[in-house]
Design a binder for this molecule. Sequence first.
Ligand SMILES: Nc1ncnc2c1ncn2[C@@H]1O[C@H](COP(=O)(O)OP(=O)(O)OP(=O)(O)O)[C@@H](O)[C@H]1O
Ligand SMILES: [Mg+2]
Length: 452
Amino acid sequence: MARDGFFTGLDIGTSSIKVLVAEHINGEMNVIGVSNAKSAGVKDGIIVDIEAAATAIKTAISQAEEKAGISIGLVNVGLPANLLQIEPTQGMIPVTSDSKEITDEDVENVVRSALTKSMTPDREVITFIPEEFVVDGFQGIRDPRGMMGIRLEMRGLLYTGPRTILHNLRKTVERAGVQLENVIISPLAMTKSILNEGEREFGASIIDMGGGQTTVASVKGQELQFTNIYQEGGDYVTKDISKVLKTSQKLAESLKFNYGEAYVPSAGSESFQVEVIGEIEPVEITESYLAEIISARIRHIFDQIKRDLDRRHLLELPGGIVIIGGAAILPGVVELAQEVFGVPVKLYVPNQIGIRNPAFAHVISLSEYAGNLTDVDMLAQIAVRGDEQLRHQPVSFERPAQSVPRFNSQPAEQPAEEPIQEVPAASSDVPNQEAKPSITDRMRNLIGNMFD
Ligand SMILES: Nc1ncnc2c1ncn2[C@@H]1O[C@H](COP(=O)(O)OP(=O)(O)OP(=O)(O)O)[C@@H](O)[C@H]1O
Ligand SMILES: [Mg+2]
């Protein structure tokens, strides 16, 4: 059952940091504050400068606090799927209480018993998602508390990630002056919040087109089947425009916003003047030439995704593809995706007032996911957070000394080893959509309505 209360999502993106505070009441989610601040210290979705990222997060948090009129203490942060590993895991414990009635402690303990597998020192448990409990051989139980039994078993999925990435994330959030409520695996939150029940059952894929990276997540039978990150996004489109037209990145970004079209056949025939480095007079560029530059990069991203989805037969999923993310706002992205993938593609635009923008889909999903965690999920999280101690100690079935979730804050053994690529300074605000006298007007007006 969904929990009532305030849940704050924090999306630490390469281009911008997004914060969303929502009040959840009886399964309904009301957004009460949202912010979008320029990102810093993040490359390819990974924190590479704790101080810079913490300062940017602080700004985003205080903007959201101002809008929401409440102070934010806890945040639910999204973790990209970089180097994520998923393992089916099981645990078993004897129910030790005299009454043999299964309690919260038993649930924590059975999860803990599943976490004791040996792991290399560079990896850490991010989360554990219980799938099924078995009480004295009776299977398919979702919440065993209150039941009587002698033997409690559990099966679930264990998500682990690189220790350095997790450490940097925790440290950064701490420095920003807030506490981590949950680390949420982004593709899990996105597929739950953006796809409907039927799409999750029969299967569909989400493509999140960000500034520095593009994330893919495919789901079927309510379970994540595949997720991957491609280190290219909308900022690479801007860089391409800048390089090809020999113009500044600032101007390239504004050309993309105002004249950009990702599907060449839809590009207008008009032209515009561009100040080119090394030329005294501005150079005339046609919309279709700009569209060719844009579509080359996006097609390149889509081609890589197609190869991966094809190989796993995930393009056959009946739900097709749902696109989100700031880079998906570009007119023509859906048409280009349809051409490349050859399956139905739709753009997902959140429905809540003030955030009708595909770039906010991820942060909304984080708040929603946090509010929908069940009691059993929460107990599993408590068990996971005590896991750092347990890996160095014999397992005892006693309740952990502290019931408040605790995070490991050991120094990182090594700096992030992710390839660091140059990311242009990104615009901090949701851009104003200017009217443009071309075929892209229709689409642009639609996007303009997203920012009410
Ligand atoms: N109206 C628009 N038209 C075209 N591109 C846009 C528009 N609005 C935003 N973008 C692009 O979207 C990208 C940012 O998207 P988003 O906010 O989803 O990224 P992010 O979450 O910060 O980054 P990442 O997910 O890569 O870490 C930038 O490249 C930006 O230029
Ligand atoms: Mg993003």
